[in-house]
Design a protein around this ligand. Structure first.
Ligand code: ADP
Length: 381
């Protein structure tokens, strides 16, 4: 596994580039750290759209060819996993705030102290990357004899999402203490920065909780019982009653829905997620959702149709993956885990889920659940 760190330095200042390279080589003996500089628009676009895996992108706030906000926005979009760092000449709080809102994880002054701190950050990341890759390689080795790589990955996802809960909760608690006990000392811009911090910590918590749920569902045997989908749908509609009234949306069901032998709690989650998404991704048109069921050979198919914003063809498969969202979804709240969780629940019941949609003309999410003719037969199976 490649554990090298690749840094993209977006700056026209060759002196800073030389200083940073020297610091990186001096402090780490240059081991496993690669610095590429982009001093022009052409070099920047060539680099961000290249195959190179940049883990860190450092942006100088003085770009002769663009403003740093546009550079940061391009990086956040095309390199969402890279750590963005802003080098700034101004020690101004509003600059820090703007940088954090633009997706930067850190801001350093463009002087020798700032460059030293930046070099240390990169060296620390390189060390972490090395130890993480060693652990991963170790785990893969352990699993070679009796477990498939997929299972190792699952175990890792579970371990990471579980182990990160404690430090994250601690960070949230400290942020809450700052908010409650030091509110007057923070001032206006300090409070805003704390607001961004709390927002991002809460979002991370949400993502971690969903990752843990997703991981717990791996191979979990459903607790099957006969479930009347008419009742289940009524319960879910009840949960969204206020939102539907507020936006003037409606839900109709075509014919009666079947009784299926499934895990009730899990299928409530599936319906809740599909209907919640239909509400969230509604268009300008008054929202109308239709739920219908159809028996096809030995399975039931249930479809949730909406007249919302729709999904582009190239996104239709991807959105069922972990943390995957369609283009334009950044404007809506969410983590991109809901459909991955639905897919896993449905797979655990032996079924499939897919979508038929096109941009601007609504979507139909369809899931199938294999069922023999008789409830007792399914329960016995
Ligand atoms: P989230 O809703 O948290 O983004 P999901 O996994 O539930 O995550 O959905 C993944 C993505 O699929 C959404 O971000 C959105 O882009 C797209 N999507 C899901 N449902 C719909 C829908 N009914 N209409 C349009 N797009 C949808």
């Amino acid at each position: 596994m490649n554990s090298d760190i690749h840094v993209l330095f977006v700056s026209a200042c060759t002196a800073d580039e030389t200083v940073l390279t020297t610091l990186l080589v001096r402090e780490s003996e240059g081991e496993g750290i690669h610095l590429s500089a982009a001093s022009s628009a052409q070099a920047f676009f060539d680099a961000v759209y290249s195959e190179e895996r940049y883990q860190v992108i450092v942006i100088d706030d003085r770009q002769p060819w663009s403003d740093w906000q546009s550079v940061a926005a391009t990086c956040a979009k095309s390199r969402p996993n890279a750590l963005l760092v802003l080098l700034t000449s101004a020690e101004r709080a509003d600059q820090h705030e703007a940088a954090l809102s633009a997706g930067a994880a850190a801001v350093y002054p463009r002087n020798s102290a700032g460059l030293i701190a930046l070099a240390r950050l990169v060296i620390k990341l390189a060390a972490q990357e090395r130890s993480f890759s060693l652990r991963l390689d170790g785990r893969a080795g352990e699993g070679d004899s009796d477990t498939a790589p997929d299972q190792d990955r699952e175990k890792l996802v579970y371990a990471v999402s579980h182990d990160l809960q404690d430090p994250l909760q601690l960070a949230r608690r400290y942020a809450a203490i700052l908010n409650e006990d030091f509110e007057n000392e923070l001032g206006e811009s300090g409070s805003k920065v704390l607001g961004h911090l709390q927002f991002n910590l809460n979002r991370t918590q949400e993502m971690l909780d969903e990752l843990l749920d997703y991981s717990r569902l791996q191979g979990a045997k459903p607790d099957r019982q006969p479930v009347d989908f008419n009742e289940l749908l009524d319960e879910v509609i009840g949960l969204y009653k206020l939102s539907l009234e507020e936006i003037g949306g409606s839900i109709t069901r075509q014919h009666s829905l079947p009784t299926l032998v499934v895990d009730r709690r899990q299928f409530q989650r599936v319906l809740q997620n599909l209907i919640g998404n239909a509400i969230k991704f509604r268009s300008e048109r008054p929202l109308h959702i239709t739920v219908r069921a159809q028996r096809v050979r030995n399975e039931w198919r249930i479809g949730v149709k909406d007249n919302g914003i729709g999904i582009a063809e190239e996104d239709a498969k991807r959105i069922f993956g972990m943390f995957e969202r369609a283009g334009g979804a950044e404007e809506y709240p969410g983590t991109g885990m809901g459909l991955a969780i639905c897919k896993r629940i449905i797979h655990n019941h032996g079924g499939r889920i897919w979508v038929r949609s096109s941009l601007g003309s609504g979507s139909v999410f369809i899931f199938s659940v294999p069922q023999a003719g008789d409830t007792a037969e399914v329960l016995a199976g």
